[in-house]
Ligand binder design. Structure first.
Ligand SMILES: [Zn+2]
Length: 255
């Protein structure tokens, strides 16, 4: 059984004490592939180090996270553009719109999102979308950019069935993580109406730990708790879900 964590911030300070152990614990559970979303340029060095230390397991993305779109966002976008030109990345992410923390940079967030989608198209890469309290705004951008070259993952999907269908209509797969294990998470009620071919697994660690670790530091090994819950929701064998969702991740990331 090979599982793929399509979204983990393994370079985060939260793992400074035990990063290699965290990776080993995950590998022991069958999680063998880790896709690493970017946040901003201050983390680039740590991401590259992580890859150097684990060249066969770590696959990096490049992008500017919407909550880090601030006054200096043009410099940050330039960094993204330069890094993409310089070496191989597996996606442009995480990018999108977040109106939960701060609405004051909405215009800049929209502009950064659109610019980075265009970079992804240029390099024929998938995008990994972060969307919080901003479904309408995200869909508005996707509507303008839809069509050939637009594909990727709607990371940490927490919307309705209707929103899931809309995301899939833009060639997005749904990234499913800890929320599916929460009692009030809601998505477990309709997820079995979304074909498993449109699902990938993720932890978003160190954030959003699944039950029974809710509130604690999350790590990739807990992907098995998410898998277990999905197996109940879909009434499918865990091994089958592992195989299909890893296959889905290969389709998106090209590896
Ligand atoms: Zn993330």
């Amino acid at each position: 059984m090979i599982l793929t964590d399509t979204h983990t911030h393994l370079y985060s300070e939260a793992f400074d004490e035990d990063r290699q152990l965290v990776i080993e614990r995950a590998v022991a559970e069958g999680i063998e592939r880790f896709f690493i979303p970017a946040i901003d340029s201050t983390y680039t060095k740590a991401m590259l180090e992580l890859e150097t230390n684990n060249p066969e397991r770590i696959f990096l993305m490049m992008g500017l996270h919407p909550t880090h779109v601030k006054e200096n966002y043009l410099n940050e976008l330039q960094h993204v553009e330069e890094m993409l030109a310089k070496r191989k990345f597996y996606a442009v992410g995480e990018i999108g719109i977040d109106l939960y923390w701060d609405k004051s940079f909405l215009k800049e967030q929209q502009e950064a999102f659109r610019f980075q989608i265009q970079l992804a198209k240029k390099y024929n890469l998938p995008i990994v979308i972060h969307c919080r309290d901003a479904f309408d705004e995200v869909f508005e951008v996707l509507e303008r950019e839809k069509g050939e070259g637009l594909f990727g993952i709607f990371h940490c999907f927490t919307g309705t069935l209707e929103q899931a269908k809309k995301a899939m209509s833009y060639n997005m797969k749904l990234g499913i993580g800890g929320v599916v294990t929460f009692k009030n998470g809601k998505i477990d009620r309709f997820l079995n109406q979304v074909p498993i071919e449109n699902i990938v697994l993720e932890t978003d660690s160190p954030y959003l730990a699944p039950t029974p670790y809710r509130g604690k530091r999350n790590e990739s090994a807990y992907l098995v708790n998410i898998l277990q819950r999905l197996s109940e929701v879909y009434r499918m064998d865990e091994k089958v879900i592992a195989r299909i969702t890893t296959e889905n991740s290969k389709q998106i990331f090209g590896i």
